[in-house]
Design a protein around this ligand. Structure first.
Ligand code: SIN
Length: 484
């Protein structure tokens, strides 16, 4: 726990602006969602500090972008190594403030660090183009340049990986960043920044502005003309508001927003594999990821067997404090999250859904919710159209393949979709028919640093991860050299 303690001086964790740790005059508490216990006070900053952070990032930018990619990669690699060395401390900190089981936190540390390793390498391969000229006395070039100061506004469900998935490519490409971490999970962000400092990251390249409410800082980051790109992960309504704010200064944006992921099981699916994929996709992080399955669509021939097996496995999941060995489902982030799950459950049951397990707070109480499976789900239920973001698995029934594709696409969202079948013709037909940015075929966990994380429709704009995620932090510059 030395890492955590080193963040605190006089009991308050400071934010990082221009290489200086700043506490401001106010602070806010960060609590453990498993117990309600206050873990630490964190600097509660506002408009002025957000502007100072942008100034620091702007000042650091010219030197940082001028460094060869290889030199930037050396610093990123040192950061990656330090994160690995501190895996246990980071994982404990993450579990304390976010609640996920330690095994998942360790997984997130590895996942988060993988973006730093990947983009440090990838930036060395970022290249421009020469074009065939249209005139013999001219030569045409296309350069790729870093976009400038980037604002990263990040969520609480992945306190580390959503920061590194944005900041590693930005920094690798030669940008500088101002991070506004979620108010529920700022400690992991500060620990990451501390390790970046130790790795030799120059002052001002990474700035972290913590705040108890997002509006004042968010307003600066989306309206200050010196910020050239905003990358946000969070809900679609908040994303739309930030997009509107960004329009005034025509910023580049990446938006990783909400989902309503379908998980389709066809009659010919391997039942055991489908149930294992369903559990992984639905109950990871207690159902609090935007790629978690929101709706199970199951063909009538396999329906009964699937719901029975799913309920049996869901019932057996071990709910508890994430620090306790063996815990598979931690607490939900707060009481509002518990309220939303309960609302969706009550609505589904009132409309005829059959509760096969759960449907109530877990016996541990507080913010622990029992894994829940509801059979007989219908399109009138709120779970059909709204993202639950919790451990609730509603199971719908369908007859024909076309019905499943139509149901899956009947949503304004288009983030992740999953389906299970053993028929190769169906694989191609369904995969091509799904209007989603990411599709898992006979697979319930699809995230990796090497592949694009991408949403279509109201699930997002731009791309994170993969080489495309690096391009998102660059601009093209066309150069015409004449008079030759
Ligand atoms: C998210 O929920 O926003 C990210 C999930 C992932 O990276 O798998």
């Amino acid at each position: 726990m030395r890492l955590f303690e080193s963040l605190l001086s006089d009991g308050t964790a400071a934010a990082l602006i221009g290489g200086r740790w700043q506490k401001g005059t106010n602070s806010f508490p960060v609590t453990n969602p498993a117990t309600g216990e206050i873990l630490a006070q964190v600097a509660d900053l506002g408009e002025q500090e957000a502007r100072e952070a942008v100034t620091a990032a702007q000042a650091a930018w010219s030197e940082w972008k001028a460094l060869p990619a290889k030199r930037r990669a050396v610093i990123l690699r040192a950061w990656f190594e330090l994160i690995h060395e501190h895996t246990e401390a980071l994982a404990e900190l993450m579990t304390l403030e976010q609640g996920k089981p330690l095994a998942e936190s360790r997984g997130e540390v590895a996942y988060g660090a993988s973006f730093i390793e990947f983009f440090a390498e990838e930036a060395k391969r970022m290249s421009g183009e020469t074009l065939p000229t249209h005139a013999s006395d001219k030569r045409l070039l296309v350069l790729r340049e870093p976009v400038g100061v980037v604002a990263a506004i990040t969520p609480w469900n992945f306190p580390m990986a959503m920061i590194t998935r944005k900041c590693a490519p930005a920094i690798a490409a030669g940008c500088t960043v101002v991070i506004k971490p979620a108010e529920a999970t700022p400690l992991t962000a500060l620990a990451l920044a501390k390790l970046a400092n130790e790795a030799g990251m120059p002052e001002g390249v990474i700035n972290v502005v913590t705040a108890s409410t997002p509006d004042a800082v968010g307003k600066v980051l989306t309206t200050d003309p010196r910020v050239r790109k905003v990358s946000f992960t969070g809900s679609t309504p908040v994303g739309k508001k930030l997009l509107a704010q960004c329009a005034g200064t025509v910023k580049k944006v990446s938006m990783e927003l909400g989902g309503n992921a379908p998980f389709i099981v066809f009659d010919d699916a391997d039942l055991d594999a489908a149930v294992a994929g369903a559990i992984a996709s639905k109950f990871r992080n207690a159902g609090q990821t935007c790629v978690c399955t929101n709706r199970f669509l199951v063909q009538e021939g396999i329906y009964d067997a699937f719901v029975e097996a799913l309920a049996e496995k869901a019932k057996a999941l071990l709910v508890g404090d994430g620090r306790k060995p063996g815990t598979q489902i931690g607490p939900l982030i707060n009481q509002a999250a518990v309220g939303k799950v309960q609302c969706h459950v009550d609505d589904a049951v009132a409309k005829g859904g059959r509760l096969l397990c759960g449907g109530h707070l877990h016996e541990l109480g507080h913010s622990f919710y029992a894994p829940t499976v509801i059979a007989g789900a219908t399109l009138e239920m709120r779970v059909a159209s709204e993202e639950t973001f919790g451990p609730l698995a509603p199971v719908f029934c369908f007859k024909e393949d076309e019905d499943a594709i139509a149901m899956a696409n009947d949503t304004p969202f288009g983030l992740a979709a999953y389906f299970y079948t053993q028929d190769y013709r169906r694989i191609w037909r369904v995969m091509e028919g799904l209007e989603y940015g990411m599709v898992g075929v006979n697979e319930g966990l699809i995230s990796t640093e090497v592949a694009p994380f991408v949403g279509i429709k109201e699930s997002g704009l731009g791309c994170e991860g993969s080489r495309h995620g690096l391009e998102d932090f660059t601009e093209l510059k066309y150069v015409c050299v004449g008079g030759l």
